[in-house]
Ligand binder design. Structure first.
Ligand SMILES: Cc1cc2nc3c(=O)[nH]c(=O)nc-3n(C[C@H](O)[C@H](O)[C@H](O)COP(=O)(O)OP(=O)(O)OC[C@H]3O[C@@H](n4cnc5c(N)ncnc54)[C@H](O)[C@@H]3O)c2cc1C
Length: 388
């Protein structure tokens, strides 16, 4: 019998399995999909995320697949003018003792999978959808969709924003829709028109919408995310490939460079941007949650996956120090809840600020100008200074 079951084999589930195995546990990972795979898209990883990856032993593999942007440029969608920038070069690296990198999600998952597959204490099972769990005296059992069962001393729910494990613990609730629909696309770098800045993370602000783009796959592909105020009633997962009429409408008067970015992809994937309000119960007994199952967030602080990596490192520490599983899980939850709640709440607030118009936009722009360059480092310290 494994000592821990992890329900879900995404970024959080694999990171949790690695952390738990390194703390001395035998781990069984149950992933619903037929293979460990990720939708094509980008992830920004701050120095805190890199530190977590180093702790989990996944950085060595991943570092060959990242791109190091020179800066985050904040720009006006209509004029193309720069409102501010966060330099990510030497000064940033010195201040945060680490690098800022962008990466394809599939590469991040592959890095974690490579470590997990090399870890004899981890068993990985695909096509294993967990539908329910049961707590007995000293064990936790899970029931899978096809009727199979598995039992261990503890259970970690890493099954994402629509977590079954969480729904059984806290009750079924729909995620909180932000009012923003997100479109994302990935294109080969050679398809990107020359006038587009492909060396930096670019954040374009416009009333009712914003766009973020940056290179991934070491610079071989280009990741674009556009968020616009739009109604959403198509469920909460990434839909079928689609056109992006709402994006083209809201950015119709954008500058030439941004129009070139938005006209590059032929198809986009669409998602109703949603999170959940932070809660203070992530578990009971030998059950806990991790990653989006615990604290799904809007992507505006680029921290959802990074929080999952941090979670795994903190969980690893508590599991190594405390042999009693419920005690280790509660200690992990107490340590992680304030930080993750702050990130979720800050991302929600940013969603209001990014799409502002009129006076609110003018105030925002003045603030960005005032706190640009190295002056922005202090504002980010709470996020990037995290250390295991
Ligand atoms: C547009 C966008 C941009 C983003 N950008 C960034 C960024 O720049 N930086 C960053 O850090 N984060 C970013 N994120 C957030 C990040 O993608 C998520 O926070 C992260 O992927 C969460 O990982 P997870 O493993 O917790 O959940 P998921 O990725 O949802 O993985 C859950 C896994 O569990 C499996 N599963 C689900 N249900 C079951 C079940 N019942 N039984 C078994 N298996 C199950 C799923 O198949 C999946 O493999 C972004 C998100 C979006 C939408």
């Amino acid at each position: 019998m494994a000592s821990l079951i992890v329900a879900g084999g995404g970024i959080a589930g694999l990171a949790a399995a690695i952390g738990a195995a390194r703390a001395g546990h035998e781990v069984l990972v149950l992933e619903q999909a037929p293979a460990f795979s990720e939708l094509g898209a980008g992830i920004q990883i701050g120095p805190n995320g890199r530190r977590a990856l180093e702790e989990l032993g996944a950085w060595e593999w991943l570092r060959h697949h990242v791109f190091f942007p020179r800066a985050i440029r904040i720009r006006r969608a209509r004029s193309g003018g720069e409102l501010g920038r966060v330099p990510l070069g030497e000064a940033f690296r010195r201040r945060f003792r680490g690098t800022y990198q962008v990466v394809h999600r599939a590469d991040l998952l592959a890095a974690l999978l490579a470590v997990a597959e090399n870890e004899p204490a981890i068993t990985l099972k695909t096509a294993s959808r967990v539908v329910a769990w049961q707590r007995r005296a000293d064990t936790m059992s899970v029931l899978m969709e096809d009727g199979r069962q598995a039992t261990a001393r503890g259970l970690i729910g890493a099954d994402g924003i629509h977590s079954r494990v969480r729904a059984q613990l806290l009750g079924e609730r729909r995620p909180r829709f932000s009012g923003h629909v997100l479109y994302r696309a990935l294109v080969p770098m050679e398809d990107v028109p020359e006038l587009v800045d492909t060396r930096n993370v670019n954040l374009w602000l416009n009333p009712y919408g914003h766009v973020v783009h940056y290179p991934v796959k070491g610079g071989a592909a280009f990741n674009i995310v556009a968020a616009v105020n739009e109604r959403w009633n198509a469920g909460d997962t990434w839909g079928e490939p689609t056109q992006a009429q709402a994006v083209h409408r809201i950015f119709a008067r954008a500058c030439e460079e941004l129009l070139a970015v938005l006209s590059t992809p032929e198809k986009w994937m669409r998602w109703g941007g949603a999170d959940r309000q932070p809660v203070t119960t992530w578990g009971e007994g030998a059950l806990t949650l991790i990653g989006d199952a615990a604290h799904p967030t809007l992507p505006y602080l680029a921290s959802g996956a990074v929080m999952a990596l941090e979670d795994a490192v903190v969980l690893m520490r508590h599991l190594a120090q405390e042999k009693d599983l419920p005690a280790a899980f509660r200690a992990y939850e107490r340590e992680r809840q304030p930080r993750t709640a702050r990130i979720v709440n800050s991302s929600w607030r940013l969603s209001r600020v990014y799409h502002a118009s009129g006076l609110m936009a003018a105030g925002r722009d003045a603030f960005i100008r005032f706190t640009s360059g190295a002056a922005s480092f202090d504002r980010m310290a709470w996020l990037y200074d995290w250390r295991p």
